[in-house]
Design a protein around this ligand. Structure first.
Ligand SMILES: [Zn+2]
Length: 689
């Protein structure tokens, strides 16, 4: 591992800080460099991941009364080191924190209250849960990481011996204690007894380095991690791997995995708690999942305690899938997922009893799934959470694999894992946001670059769904996806081409693990007097306005059946389906067939929990009804454009967003199927009967 320190960058960080804050004292310089090296540590996933790790600086500043006080600036809890700003290092009065050392123990809530009462800025975020360790140690700069290579060396039955061998006397060894006040007291005791020059090893947890300058603490971290990497490289022995076999594609396996990792909601009939998936493969992952000893390795526990809130303590290990035997795989996967949940319930019950029976059980669903022959899945209530779980799982695979390559991996005890998983200060890192109604669900929208499609993607994403935007024009879909969310997936899809539809739905299954809602919206209008129209026109319209819906619904149903958790098919049918317009047969007739298609899906798949509904919309500004067309039609009828667009019972213009809201309503109504919702401002001739 190489030092990322560059003098020019460090000076630039100082200059930028001076520009922002209008001062350039030694104190500012220290803080600027604290931010600079914190980012250097944060950008390397081999050192810290996703809110893990922390850094601090002891300095002076003026409080709100203008008094000069000694403070600890320490990373805030759960924040990302790679993107840290000075505000991400809240300042706490140091003297009162140090006094706490005299206490034998302190309640978590009380400790947080004391910390908050001593913040210089009362609105600052909570300091790291490892803040007391930074406060008790005397050093000006302290860096703490969960470097994977260090964990491979110390997560061993003889971790202390290996630590001495690799780091010599430069790092003192602190036995495992749960992060927090107890560990901070132990760390300072060990430091005072052995006075190591460079830092501490926290058994089964991570590494601390310190220094008089930001650069010294940082480069000691890099040097120590490099020592661990060299030791692993020198002592590595190969792990036995099973012969690779013929495995199905990720797109086929993912919906089966997602289906068995969902939980029925006991309170609401038809509702599920679902997770979104993120797939990872690569040599290190494949070597792990294909290891002959994968049963033992996979169940051997965490590499560092705070991973538990993202990955739980163990992954779900599935049997190797074989091509052509998906049903066998699905059955075995369901059985193993059932055992995983049962084990989780038992683990919770046992340790909750031990700790006073006051904890509230989290869901028993896995957050990491290993599939031999294929790779691993990270799972989460959102794509972002799934990505975080997958990032941590990758580090875990590497950490455990390397530990086994130089000895035998050993984690903390199950009781210690429980104490971290259910520690309120760890859970607080995840935040207390209220879950959105479509959290955990995946929605695909066809014709997503058009006005109604784009509005629907926005509305579903705002309701918590992960969205795939399908359009024949990929760059237009990408543009809309970028405007919707960071995780929205643009997919090229021509619904008139069966192979294009199959490929698009495979991409969705591979990207999110499956699909719960499809909004079949792509369409275009053709005109012609029905007795004289060219048959070719009718064929074209049927291809898009009927077969397009059928291909999309069929592809979606395949995924939904594989998941076994129901689903929802929504069709944009248009009022033409029930209220034909003159010379509009080539458009209205396939739309009427699409309405019948919706009812057929509702009938054939109701028993599988798959609902089918349609929206009849009319007169929406879109690619079908362009400003030029509006102007021409309004003029032809002798109306203003406003009166033309509001020509309905309510006298209100209907927008793409109104249509999107109707789709959302249908997606949320779990007891509604074979329904047509009219969104046209009121038109008796087009009313359903
Ligand atoms: Zn830590």
């Amino acid at each position: 591992m190489k030092s990322g320190w560059v003098d020019r960058d460090a000076e630039a960080a100082i200059a930028q800080f001076a520009k922002q804050n209008g001062a350039k004292s030694a104190i500012d310089r220290d803080l600027a460099l604290r931010v600079y090296t914190t980012r250097l540590l944060g950008r390397d996933p081999k050192l810290v991941l996703r809110g893990g790790g922390n850094t601090s600086l002891k300095t002076r500043m003026r409080d709100l009364f203008g008094e000069d006080v000694e403070v600890l600036r320490v990373k805030s809890s759960g924040s990302d080191m790679a993107a840290i700003e000075p505000d991400g290092l809240p300042a706490v009065r140091l003297a009162p924190m140090r006094k706490l050392r005299a206490l034998k123990a302190i309640d978590d809530e009380e400790l947080v209250s004391i910390e908050r009462a001593n913040l210089i800025d009362p609105a600052a975020p909570n300091p790291s849960v490892e803040m007391m360790l930074h406060a008790f140690l005397p050093h000006k700069f302290i860096d703490h990481t969960h470097a994977t290579a260090v964990l491979s060396v110390i997560d061993q039955p003889d971790g202390e011996k290996k630590s001495a061998e690799v780091f010599g006397g430069r790092l003192a060894f602190v036995p495992y204690l749960m992060p927090g006040f107890g560990l901070a007291k132990k760390a300072i005791e060990v430091f005072e007894a052995s006075k190591p020059s460079d830092g501490l090893i926290l058994s089964k947890h991570g590494i601390v380095t310190f220094g008089d300058t930001a650069r010294e603490a940082y480069e000691r971290m890099i040097e120590m991690v490099s020592r661990a990497e060299d030791f692993i490289a020198r002592n590595r022995k190969a792990i036995a791997v099973a012969a690779p076999q013929s495995v199905p594609a990720v797109a086929q396996i993912a919906p089966l995995v997602r289906g068995v990792c969902a939980e029925k909601d006991d309170q609401v009939d038809g509702a599920w708690r679902r997770l979104v998936l993120e797939f990872r493969a690569g040599d290190i992952i494949r070597n792990f999942v294909d290891a002959k000893d994968v049963e033992r390795l996979s169940q051997s526990g965490l590499i560092t305690p705070d991973h538990t809130i993202r990955t739980k303590n163990w992954p779900l290990l599935l049997p190797p899938p074989e091509r052509g035997k998906l049903a066998d795989f699905a059955r075995a996967a369901r059985e193993r997922a059932g055992k995983f949940a049962a084990r989780y319930h038992a683990y919770f019950a046992q340790h909750n009893k031990r700790t006073g029976g006051i904890k509230h059980e989290l869901d028993p669903l896995p957050r990491v799934v290993l599939v031999p022959g294929l790779g691993l899945f990270g799972l989460g209530r959102s794509k972002q959470d799934a990505v975080i779980a997958a990032d941590i799982a990758e580090a875990w695979v590497e950490g455990v694999g390397d530990a086994e390559a130089i000895g035998r991996f050993e984690s903390i005890s199950e009781a210690d894992m429980f104490d971290c998983e259910y520690w309120p200060l760890e859970q607080a890192k995840l935040g207390k946001r209220k879950e959105l109604p479509l959290a955990g669900q995946v929605a695909a929208i066809t014709g997503a670059a058009g006005a109604i499609g784009a509005a629907t993607a926005r509305v579903f994403a705002a309701a918590g769904a992960e969205v795939a935007l399908l359009d024949v024009n990929l760059s237009a879909a990408r543009e809309q996806a970028n405007a919707v969310s960071a995780t929205a997936l643009p997919v090229e899809c021509d619904v008139t081409d069966a192979a294009s539809v199959t490929s698009a739905f495979d991409k969705i299954a591979a990207a999110f693990g499956g699909l719960d809602i499809v909004i079949s919206n792509a369409g275009a209008a053709w005109q012609g007097r029905i007795g004289e129209v060219d048959e070719e026109i009718l064929h074209k319209s049927f291809e898009l306005n009927f077969y397009g819906h059928q291909r999309v619904a069929q592809a979606a149903v395949q995924i939904m059946l594989a998941q076994g958790t129901g689903g929802c098919l929504l069709f944009n049918v248009s009022k033409q389906a029930v209220n034909p317009g003159p010379n509009f047969g080539p458009y209205g007739i396939p739309k009427a067939a699409a309405l019948a298609l919706m009812r057929q899906y509702a009938l054939d798949y109701g028993a599988d929990g798959i609902r089918a509904n349609a929206v009849n919309a009319d007169r929406i500004r879109s690619g079908l009804l362009t400003p030029e067309m509006i102007a021409a039609r309004a003029k032809a009828r002798g109306l203003s454009e406003k009166d033309y667009m509001g020509g309905n019972l309510l006298g209100r213009e209907v927008t793409a967003d109104d249509v999107a809201q109707a789709f959302l309503h249908q997606a949320l109504e779990l007891k509604t199927t074979a329904d047509v919702t009219t969104v046209d401002g009121g038109n008796i001739a087009a009313a359903m009967r």
